[in-house]
Design a protein around this ligand. Structure first.
Ligand SMILES: Nc1nc2c(ncn2[C@@H]2O[C@H](COP(=O)(O)OP(=O)(O)OP(=O)(O)O)[C@@H](O)[C@H]2O)c(=O)[nH]1
Ligand SMILES: [Mg+2]
Length: 298
């Protein structure tokens, strides 16, 4: 373990992007991992939700580290509420769906101006990780032709001054977390938040020296991989009951790791989403079928 660092870090992270691109599913992968992909998960638009957690990374000196991650509504009707959450954000996740060109162009026509222009003291150069979601579509014979070429996505990352661009699949993460891009996203988030807290300049896309693989470096099967394996085995004897929350993803617990602390849970308040070109459906009211809770266990 590296020596204790001299600073306490509490980083605020926000995810933005069009409605239904898969923001909440990505956050779920980084937290409780309870989405049941064997049943097509219902789309429940988010209004607002946040999570608080401690975190660590093998390349980052130990210290008092916490992160607050905010899941926002992509729906236009929640713009005002969403914007209120922007001040003091250290790292933004900007998400697009790899099969939805409008969601990618909205990254620079809508989301980048929105986060860089809000509030009395907006940050004209926000720190951003661009996230492609639903990357499993790239290997899906029925959907791969809809997918945006990788070069175009990378060009957008450069255009908005993102420090990194990562394509992820929340769906694949259930069985292949290393390949899903989620572990890499977690590593990138921790490294970038630390870099910012240390007062370093915002990294350019072409300089990735700030990034160190941690979770994504291990060859050991992760807890999620083992869980998926166990789930498969237990299915032979008895199918798992629907909607039972899976155990939280556990990755080498650090000595100082604490239970994630619930903060605010408004996820039960459902949006009444307008139909946009990225809105694949809607449903309001009732329990969240994904069973999301406010926790984050790296
Ligand atoms: N194939 C596939 N589908 C996904 C993936 N992630 C999300 N989805 C689907 O997309 C739907 C919407 O995902 P959400 O995470 O709720 O979308 P969101 O961006 O949070 O939407 P808002 O809360 O309205 O802004 C889910 O119900 C899934 O069916 C993925 O990685 N692969
Ligand atoms: Mg959501």
């Amino acid at each position: 373990m590296l020596p204790e660092d001299d600073i306490d870090i509490c980083s605020k992270i926000i995810i933005v992007g069009d409605g239904a691109v898969g923001k909440t599913c990505v956050i779920s992968c980084m937290t409780n991992n309870t989405i049941d992909w064997e049943r097509d998960p219902d789309y429940e638009p988010t209004v607002f939700n946040n999570y608080m957690t401690n975190w660590d990374h093998p390349s980052i000196p130990a210290g008092n580290r916490s992160m607050e991650i905010w899941d926002t509504a992509g729906q236009e009707s929640f713009q005002q509420l969403r914007c209120m959450s922007y001040p003091d954000t250290k790292v933004f996740f900007m998400a697009y769906d790899v099969s939805n060109r409008a969601s990618l162009s909205n990254v620079y026509t809508k989301w980048e101006p929105e986060i860089a222009g809000y509030g009395p003291d907006p940050d004209p150069n926000p720190w951003v990780i661009l996230i492609g979601t639903k990357a499993d579509f790239r290997n899906d014979k029925e959907r791969k032709d809809d997918c945006i070429p990788l070069e175009e996505c990378e060009a957008v990352a450069k255009k908005i001054g993102a420090s990194m661009w990562i394509e992820t699949s929340a769906k694949t993460n259930a069985t292949f977390p290393k390949q899903s891009g989620i572990a890499k996203l977690q590593d990138a988030l921790m490294c970038l938040a630390y870099h910012r807290a240390k007062g370093h300049p915002r990294p350019n896309y072409d300089d990735q020296s700030w990034f160190k693989p941690g979770l994504s470096a291990s060859d050991e099967p992760s807890a999620a991989e083992k869980m998926a394996e166990e789930k498969k085995e237990s299915k032979v004897v008895a199918p798992p009951p629907a909607k039972v929350a899976a155990p939280a993803k556990v990755v080498e617990a650090p000595e100082k790791k604490a239970e994630a602390e619930p903060r605010v849970d408004l996820n039960k308040i459902r949006a009444d989403p307008p139909q946009t070109d990225t809105n694949i459906g809607n449903k309001s009211g009732g329990e969240d079928p994904r069973g999301l809770c406010n926790c984050w266990c790296f």
